[in-house]
Ligand binder design. Sequence first.
Ligand code: B12
Ligand code: SF4
Length: 523
Amino acid sequence: MKKLRIGIVDLVARAPTTSLYARLMHANLASIMPQAVAVWCEEEGHEVHLVCYTGFENIADLLPRDIDLLLISAFTQAAQLSYAISNQFRQKGVVTVLGGPHARCYPDDARKYFDYVLGFTDKDTLRSVLEDCAPQRPLGTHLSAKRQPESLPGVRERWKFIEPIIAKAPTIKIVPMIGSLGCPYTCSFCIDSTVEYQPLGFDQIREDLRFLRTKMKRPRVAWHDPNFGVRFNDYMNVIEDAVPPGSIDFLAESSLSLLSEPHLVRLKKNGFKAILPGIESWYSLGNKAGTGSSMKGSEKVKQVSKHINTVLRYIPYVQANFVVGLDEDEGDEPFELTKRFVDLAPGVFPAYSLLSAFGQAAPLNLDLQRHGRVLPTPFHFLDNNRATNVRPKNYSWGALYDNVIGLRKHSFSWRAVARRFQANRGTIPRGLNAVRALSAEGAGRIRYDTTVRRLLDRDAGFRRFFEGETAALPRFYLDQLRSDLGPFWASLPDGALSHDPNAYLRAQGHAGAEGLAAQATGS
Ligand code: B12
Ligand code: SF4
């Protein structure tokens, strides 16, 4: 096989930015797979240049001019940026490949702008692209391994790619690791609800943790497992065997059901400093919250807040994740219950995600498309916050936004911020929570949602888009997209502003997937 010059771009940012948060934290959000793919490409004998795009870099300057192949990793929020970059490089004769959450969720849309679109990716899938490496136009080739890979390159192998990325983070530096793939739970909105749980090699984890201590004085590790600690004792045994207790700080997403008090004792001893449990809803998903399926509503609030307060006694930073707009929710009650939770567990940082149907990620999305409830909201806004693309089942848009704004105001009021500050211990949890509440995440989102709410009342075109009556993109979205993408706007390929929100249903052979096809104009 010819030795290829390969560029890999990990799009952490969705567009150029100057934000302080991005400067401090974006490099810490780098994904594992672009680094893994870089290792595999080198193992196949190719020359690799990896750029983690945090919103500040000039990608063209950082990659050699004469690359043969460009692989981009993108979340859906960065889809339009990735399409623009792919277009720039294709015009120079480079073959392009898309991987990551957007490729898994919207392969049919991405094929219009990339030569290859990869779903599950193992070394064999990658090798077939490297061997082929030819333009695939007008429609790219979609490839996916049958299942998740059995193993991934560890920290030692990825270190040459990790080191320059974390060098960009000025203060807190976080190394990404992963101990498992898939999840045993089946939350219907989640991309991993149908992916079998699979632990990755414990020997590699042991070796990686030891290796890290030779490279960093006090490493900080973020576990990227969809649900960390499912085989709790195995993971704790390996950490305890690898490194002295508390010599590495850990962060992880873990369901509440795994956080019993004996487990918390062990997590604390082993240096876990931040835990992000998903509560999601007061009416469903009781198994992962550890409350069982019969406990609902205010009873569940009391039980969960008590549990979270116990977690906070052991782990200094706790973020509780909620999904708003689920079909189980109706009326003001779910929002009032969450406000009650915020009062009862004042030390926790509540993170609210608007229910989003990411293409063909989850089984629930098929159902939503079948019922014509998915909107062609531009990808750039699909980050769980700035927009939802799902028409709510039990709320008018006005009622949903009134409730979301009310909840955010309650959660990030001066009173709540002060109570959170008092309840937290340590400079980092206190500082981080205050900054998050007072910046883009708290105050910023209240302002943004208030604008959306106003437009719903005053702008007929905006309202019609939300009601699914037109696919013509509202000015509000177009103007932001143009200004956010800045220099990349001019490189957006034709058609890249819109997409078919029912592509998943259509791909299953349902011709009746009428809804709103991609008819939006980009002017
Ligand atoms: C860990 C995680 C995070 C971490 C790490 C993020 C990161 N940069 O990797 C943190 C907490 C930082 C995070 C943040 C966010 N996340 Co997140 N996150 C996850 C989670 C739980 C696991 C993803 C993971 O790493 N899996 C392990 C890898 C190995 O498996 P995989 O993702 O399936 O990847 C396979 C293929 O897709 C492919 N592949 C993946 N990447 C690449 C790259 C290349 C080049 C190639 C060729 C192939 C390839 O190969 C892999 C092996 O088969 C998923 C949910 C889930 N249960 O999967 C959400 C998920 C990916 N996150 C999501 C979202 C929306 C976000 C945020 C936008 C939320 C927010 N508002 O802040 C941010 C964006 C962060 C950013 N700018 O990068 C969505 C993405 C949906 C979408 N289509 O965009 C998901 C799916 C959750 C959901 N809502 O359903 N997240
Ligand atoms: S517990 Fe988390 S990772 Fe597992 S299916 Fe539910 S939302 Fe997805």
